[in-house]
Each structure stands twice: as structure tokens, then as C-alpha cells.
Design a protein around this ligand. Structure first.
Ligand SMILES: Cc1cc2nc3c(=O)[nH]c(=O)nc-3n(C[C@H](O)[C@H](O)[C@H](O)COP(=O)(O)O)c2cc1C
Length: 196
């Protein structure tokens, strides 16, 4: 009996740690002046393993690919097709950023950071973003991903975070860890964390 009770408590614990995350409202004011942020923009390949707090995640994701008008976003997309989705890979799970509800929707519990790239730092950095194109929308996925990535670079420069955009990744591995459908293609990845 005790054994079953223990198992039930353990399972409850697991489900409690792996679930959707509601983010706080993003702060859309302030930050570093644009010209200073451009002057500080740079790629880094060393990251602290410390987790990013939810306010920082919310600000970062809104800056990257949030809505700044009713149906348009902080980055442009050809013909406003918005063919890209942002997947957020944290130590505790892989999530889809839902910009409308400002939530991270759990797609795969567990630590999948190592699957997001071929460079060793990806496994220990607190956040890896994966830009996934819906090829059915017939947009300009790689080009549009560049704009989102630059938004992330500028937010990181402003917030004093380290980041690097990455083309070196295994798309097949990502399809598994992010449970992607056939029409979903990873086109770019980006690591973010505190500076080491
Ligand atoms: C499309 C693209 C793919 C990149 N892929 C990688 C990568 O896989 N790994 C990496 O460490 N840096 C990657 N970079 C970062 C570049 O190496 C970096 O931007 C360049 O060296 C210039 O340095 P800076 O960003 O500090 O100006 C990539 C950059 C771009 C634009």
C-alpha cells in the first residue's frame, strides 16, 4: 500500500513540474537606447547555467515575436504569413510560445536542450530557441527567422544577456524532441543565457 502511495505522489510531482507556464505581462517600455543596444550586439558562446526568470522570458519572447498590433508582430514576415513558431527549450521541458495567451505550452517534458544543437554549450545554457517554419504557408521562413533573431540579439544586448544564433543543428533530432509534424521544419536556433 505504502509503495503505491509513494508512486502516486511521485507521479503527481512529475506532472506538477511539467506543465504549461503562464508568463507575466511583458514590459514594453524602457530598455537600453537603440543605438547603444546596436553597439553592444554580439554573439557569445559561454553561458551561465542559471535559469532565466519568467519576467525575462516574457520580455524576451515578446521582443522576439510577440504581437504589437492586433494581428501583426514585433518582426516582419513576407505577406504577413507569420509562418514561424518559436519553440522554447528549457531545462525542464520543450514548449511552444503562444504569443496570444502569453503562455509556454508544454510539448515535451524533460531536458531536451542537447538536441537543439551540435555545440557543447547548448546542453547547459538555460534557454535554446528553435525557429520552426510551417512550410504549408509557403512563406520566406529563413529570411523571416533572421528578423526574429535580431530582435533577440537586441533584447539581449539591452538586458545584458548572452546570445548566439545557430545554424548548426540536427533538424531530424529536433523533429523528434519537439514532436514536429511533417510540415514543420526547424530553420534556425538561438541560445540565450546570463553571461558567464
Ligand atoms: C545564419 C547564421 C548562422 C549562424 N550559425 C552559427 C552556429 O551554428 N554556431 C555559432 O557559434 N555561431 C553561428 N552564427 C554566429 C556567427 O558566427 C556570428 O554572427 C559571426 O561570427 C559574427 O559575430 P557577431 O555576431 O558577434 O557579430 C551564425 C550566424 C548566422 C547569421
Amino acid at each position: 500500500m505504502k509503495k503505491y502511495l509513494f508512486l502516486a505522489v511521485a507521479l503527481l510531482g512529475l506532472s506538477a513540474s511539467a506543465q504549461d507556464i503562464s508568463l507575466p505581462q511583458p514590459v514594453k517600455k524602457g530598455g537600453m537606447p537603440l543605438m547603444e543596444a546596436l553597439n553592444n550586439r554580439a554573439s557569445a558562446r559561454e553561458f551561465s547555467s542559471e535559469a532565466l526568470d519568467h519576467q525575462t522570458l516574457s520580455n524576451l519572447l515578446w521582443a522576439a515575436w510577440g504581437y504589437n498590433r492586433a494581428d501583426k508582430r514585433t518582426a516582419p514576415s513576407a505577406n504577413n504569413k507569420q509562418e514561424l513558431s518559436l519553440y522554447v527549450v528549457l531545462a525542464g521541458g520543450a514548449y511552444l510560445y503562444d504569443a496570444r495567451s502569453n503562455k509556454l505550452l508544454l510539448v515535451n517534458a524533460g531536458d531536451h536542450r542537447a538536441s537543439t544543437g551540435k555545440q557543447p554549450f547548448v546542453a547547459g545554457a538555460p534557454l535554446n530557441l528553435v525557429f520552426v517554419e510551417d512550410v504549408n504557408k509557403k512563406g520566406w521562413g529563413k529570411t523571416d527567422a533572421g528578423f526574429i533573431s535580431q530582435n533577440v540579439y537586441l533584447y539581449c544586448a539591452s538586458a545584458g544577456l548572452a546570445t548566439v544564433v545557430r545554424g548548426m543543428f540536427d533538424a531530424a533530432a529536433l523533429k523528434v524532441s519537439l514532436k514536429l509534424a511533417d510540415h514543420q521544419q526547424p530553420v534556425l536556433t538561438q541560445t540565450v543565457g546570463k553571461k558567464k
